[in-house]
Design a protein around this ligand. Structure first.
Ligand code: SAM
Length: 221
């Protein structure tokens, strides 16, 4: 899987790509991330990527041309998806992540300021929002998408079964069972006895029971 990220703040991705599972997956060649500074696709002295909105109003708008020029410079894999990160987009979810994991190339366009010239939407396949709130930029939303999708790429997670029983894995209201590690008692809170029993059948049953979510949103008691 290849991710291409368009941004005006490429430095924000440096530690993201250098650390954690992402760095390991890149090293193992399970995925690749290329970060593109859209300022590079400008010709003027100040590398201008934004301008005032027609009709007036606060803030600046990202221009179409540097984004389109950057898109056109990218290598093109057969199965690719161009995504505009926007609070107005479809809500990102585990289901959307599973769908995106089937592509060979995902291009994520991060906005800043007051967002994009609306004509950018003509050149993308979909608009995605990471949640019903407004952030100052699309860089963190891009990282959210990369991290969530990359967990689903074969070979990225050391134990592939870890993603099988995870929260949201089966359905949008599935919640994983509670997990514990040593010590067995911490400040008078004990680990449920069954988890220390070594009886795998009972442990499976306990986990199954405690992984169901009630309609109210709380766990089974
Ligand atoms: N004026 C825009 C609006 O009202 O829809 C908001 C622009 S926001 C300040 C700047 C950029 O941050 C957006 O263009 C988008 O790329 C990114 N962004 C902000 N919130 C986001 C969200 N919830 N999901 C995805 N991207 C988001």
């Amino acid at each position: 899987m290849r991710f291409d990220i368009l941004t005006i703040f490429p430095g924000m991705f440096e530690s993201f790509m250098r650390e954690t599972l992402i760095a390991k997956a890149i090293k193992k060649k399970r995925m690749a991330i290329y970060v593109h500074n859209i300022r590079r696709a400008t010709n003027d002295k100040h590398h201008t990527v934004d301008d005032r909105p027609y009709g007036g109003g606060p803030g600046m708008i990202l221009k179409v041309d540097p984004i389109l020029k950057t898109l056109r410079m990218l290598p093109k894999k057969k199965k690719r998806r161009i995504i505009l990160l926007s609070p107005q987009g479809t809500q990102f979810s585990q289901k959307v992540a599973r769908r995106l994991a089937g592509y060979e190339q995902i291009i994520l366009i991060s906005g800043r300021y007051e967002g994009f010239d609306h004509r950018v939407t003509k050149y993308v396949d979909e608009e995605l929002s990471i949640g019903p709130y407004v952030m100052s930029g699309g860089e963190i939303p891009a990282m959210v998408v990369v991290e969530t999708v990359s967990r689903l790429i074969p070979g990225v997670i050391g134990h592939p079964e870890a993603t099988r029983d995870e929260t949201y894995s089966g359905s949008p209201d599935y919640v994983e069972y509670p997990q514990y590690t040593r010590p067995p008692v911490y400040r008078r809170q004990s680990v449920p006895k069954v988890l220390l029993s070594g009886n795998h059948k009972e442990i499976r049953a306990w986990r199954q029971f405690h992984s169901r979510r009630r309609k109210s949103g709380s766990r089974a008691a």
